[in-house]
Unconditional design. Structure first.
Length: 321
């Protein structure tokens, strides 16, 4: 299922200079790709190959092409429930993660909402109300494992927050390596306002991201903050003014992903392991982890390519070998 998106256009339509739209059909892909090559700004046109089989899936996996090759996207599209974390949504997200975990062609994963104004609204409380105590505990443990699976993806992950990220929605974003928010996006761990506490990793990941005292304040009060406030406390990496199309954070996320794409894949993966594992232990043990990760990079062809490119005063071309 291959679709072409241009910022501000409808799904499945590529807009080219002059305002002309071309509908992407199975037999018109070459026409679409020729048109895209004529577009100079790599961030204005995205060729997206959606690998999910069902159009009505709540979560779909896509792989970008052209200048964005190497970027995979988790597309969240539970419109009627604002991407809340229901059973079907969780099942489909888990399957997408399983596929990504073993895809060696992917260098960056972007989490993107297809529901305007919302990243993820958190728990599906209507669905939760029908569960007994044992079922609630079991399902929340599954959510906790899901967030751990996101955090454990071997490549960098970026959450594009163009709207509300509340409760479990912010926990999902916290499980990603990087976060980009629109300045108007609202986010918060609001569970205490519902008689709960963050149960899908938020009580652990938020303090590690922004510090103990500030995390406690946000969790104890259930306060919501916007993107501008989030960047000042280190909750997100970048905050950008929202645009007329409602996808400013996504556009900035693509730019950030493209900065990562040219770097040596094995080195990036090992850097992620070194940082994640090292911050869980004392610094002496962290140094041991760093050495082990460094040792994985030494025999790679990419290391030799990096040194050769430096000597020859050219850009390196890394293959992930």
């Amino acid at each position: 299922d291959e679709r072409v998106h241009r910022r501000g256009s409808g799904e499945g339509t590529a807009k080219f200079p002059g305002g002309r739209g071309v509908q992407a059909r199975p037999h018109s892909n070459m026409l679409v790709l020729r048109g895209l090559r004529a577009t100079r700004d790599p961030l204005t046109a995205v060729v997206r190959v959606v690998t999910s089989s069902a159009r009505d899936s709540e979560v779909r996996l896509s792989h970008l092409r052209g200048d964005h090759r190497g970027i995979a996207e988790i597309l969240m599209n539970r419109v009627h429930a604002r991407n809340s974390l229901g059973k079907v949504f969780v099942n489909e997200l888990s399957k997408a993660l399983d596929e990504l975990r073993h895809d060696t062609n992917v260098r960056v994963v972007v989490f993107k909402s297809e529901v305007k104004g919302v990243f993820c609204a958190g728990a599906d409380l209507k669905e939760r109300a029908k569960m007994n105590n044992w079922e609630v505990d079991d399902f929340v443990q599954r959510l906790r494992s899901l967030m751990n699976d996101i955090a454990a993806l071997p490549v960098p992950t970026i959450a594009a927050l163009d709207g509300y990220a509340l409760g479990g929605g912010l926990e999902l974003a916290l499980a990603c390596d990087l976060r980009v928010a629109a300045s108007t996006a609202k986010m918060g761990l609001i569970e205490t306002t519902r008689g709960l506490l963050p149960g899908a990793g938020g009580s652990q990941r938020l303090p590690r991201a922004i510090g103990l005292a500030v995390a406690k304040e946000l969790i104890f009060t259930g306060r919501q903050i916007d993107g501008e406030q989030a960047v000042t406390i280190g909750l997100v990496n970048h905050a950008v003014p929202q645009n007329a199309h409602g996808d400013a954070a996504y556009q900035r996320t693509l730019a950030l992903a493209q900065e990562i794409l040219p770097q040596a894949p094995v080195a990036v993966k090992m850097a992620k392991v070194a940082i994640n594992r090292g911050t869980e232990v004392d610094i002496a043990s962290g140094m041991v982890i760093e050495r082990l990760c460094y040792g994985q990079v030494i025999p790679t062809k990419d290391r030799l390519e990096g040194m050769a490119a430096f000597t020859e005063k050219r850009l390196p071309h890394f293959t992930g070998e």
